[in-house]
Design a protein around this ligand. Structure first.
Ligand code: KG4
Ligand code: ZN
Length: 324
């Protein structure tokens, strides 16, 4: 089954064609990073307008890359939510229109489930597994019992990990997109120089607002031009990885599940990927999606449309939703 999917929930306009939820035939992503850079973050109205400007281009490029005709597609899919309303509307309406024009099925996709399904792209991974989903808007540990059976076991009670990365980057005057640059800086720093606290919360919770405040307290002790950004970044990154990996491992142990995976934009983080890999020495099987499938893309949307589309009577009536 060939699915053509669109993603436009935040600041990436993307299109992809995927066979049977796993084999990526084309993957086009048009990023708005340059446009939002001058504002230091995503401006929803600007983002929505940019999706409108790019959507036809990514659709055309996607078919060109796969060297396929429109009539070879079996179903069309779009991200329905969560995300920015104006942005989601562009991808959703384009997806529905393509399905109507070509008389094919339309499938709605949950963006968070799409991130989880990035684990199936170009792999033969099968459930059950425990997935640590870390993105700009969400931090969750999900038990993927089966392709369409997923339980959220733990989630954040305040900031999402990606959000904290972006906020801490701003505190250190690191430009947008903060997460990626902070990760690069951390690789050159001393992770033991600052001892940042791990929140004391329940087993099914994460909390990162205290960590953010602790970083701010350290930053304030230095003159701006003497700030040891690399060491702060490395110590912050270590604290985040310790917290995330330890809790995820504990949850997997409680569920008696020996496979642990990553998902979401922060799954591109070097330390997190290294720490996940180390679990293999303790007898766990692990998987982290390829870097290009961690941050927002449409290949993961096509995979989710294949394995776990939003269940409803008439998918053409689906409306966007901003929150999960
Ligand atoms: O999944 P995503 O592309 O968008 C959402 O659905 O939210 O995630 C974006 C988030 C941003 O907060 C970005 O700073 C973070 O992922 N991110 C990273 C890295 N690459 C992207 N955070 C830490 N290290 C990275 N290498
Ligand atoms: Zn995302």
């Amino acid at each position: 089954m060939l699915i053509f999917a669109l993603e436009s929930s935040c600041d990436e306009t993307a299109a992809s064609i995927v066979e049977n939820g796993r084999k990526v035939l084309s993957n086009i992503v048009s990023s708005q990073i340059k446009i939002h850079e001058e504002f230091g973050g995503v401006v929803p109205e600007v983002a929505a307008r940019e999706h409108l400007n790019s959507i036809n281009y990514v659709i055309e490029e996607c078919f060109k890359q796969a060297d396929l005709k429109r009539d070879s597609i079996d179903a069309y899919a779009s991200t329905v939510g969560p995300g920015l309303t104006g942005c989601l509307l562009v991808g959703l309406n384009a997806g529905k229109t393509l399905a109507l024009v070509h008389n094919k099925e339309f499938l709605g996709v949950n963006h968070l489930n799409a991130h989880v399904c990035a684990n199936f792209l170009d792999t033969d991974l099968k459930p059950p597994f425990v997935c640590l989903l870390v993105s700009g808007g969400h931090t969750q540990v999900i038990y993927v019992k089966d392709y369409d059976k997923q339980d959220i076991i733990a989630s954040t009670i305040d900031d999402a990990v990606g959000e904290v990365y972006d906020k801490v980057a701003r505190l250190c005057s690191i430009p947008y997109p903060g997460g990626v640059l902070l990760d690069k800086m951390a690789q050159e720093g001393d992770s033991l120089r600052f001892n940042f606290p791990q929140a004391k919360v329940k087993d099914d919770e994460f909390s990162f607002s205290g960590l953010k405040t602790a970083v701010l307290r350290e930053v304030k002790k230095f003159n701006k031009d003497e700030l040891p950004k690399q060491d702060i970044a490395a110590s912050f990154q270590k604290t985040i990885a310790d917290t995330l990996i330890n809790k995820t491992k504990k949850i997997a142990d409680n569920l008696n599940c020996k496979t642990i995976t990553l998902a979401g934009g922060v799954a591109a983080n070097s330390e997190l990927r290294k720490r996940l890999k180390e679990l293999e020495n303790m007898g766990y099987k692990t998987n982290a999606p390829q870097m290009k499938y961690c941050t927002d893309n449409a290949a993961m949307v096509a995979s989710s449309a294949y394995f776990n589309p939003i269940k409803c009577k008439d998918s053409l009536m689906l409306e966007v939703f901003s929150r999960s």
